[in-house]
Ligand binder design. Structure first.
Ligand SMILES: [Zn+2]
Ligand SMILES: [Zn+2]
Length: 102
């Protein structure tokens, strides 16, 4: 009886809460370096490689343009209205029959 009981039960609990030391480290940031800027610089996009050069005035026209924006020359291959031959863009006469291309 006695002594051991006292020792064991009396002094029970009370445990010092020993946890206090937890100052939060860990989160002092700066770890992740987000790179400044966004990678791509401000280089201008390359000019369209398939721009259409006017056969008459050599102005560059947007891809798909049908007429020169500078002189109005047709940029599309036309067919001769008389013989149906393909005409070069800017052609003024049909190379097959000589008809004037309007
Ligand atoms: Zn032109
Ligand atoms: Zn023709």
């Amino acid at each position: 009886m006695g002594i051991f009981d006292r020792l064991l039960s009396g002094h029970h609990g009370g445990g010092g809460r020993h946890g206090g030391g937890h100052h939060d480290d860990g989160h002092h940031g700066g770890g992740y370096g987000v790179p400044p800027g966004g990678g791509y610089g401000n280089a201008p996009p390359p000019p369209p490689s398939n721009a259409i050069g006017c056969p008459n005035c050599r102005a560059l026209n947007a891809p798909g343009a049908k007429f020169c924006q500078q002189c109005g020359t047709s940029l599309t291959a036309l067919a001769c209205t008389q013989c149906g031959a393909n005409l070069q863009p800017g052609a003024k006469f049909c190379s097959q029959c000589g008809k004037v291309v309007v």
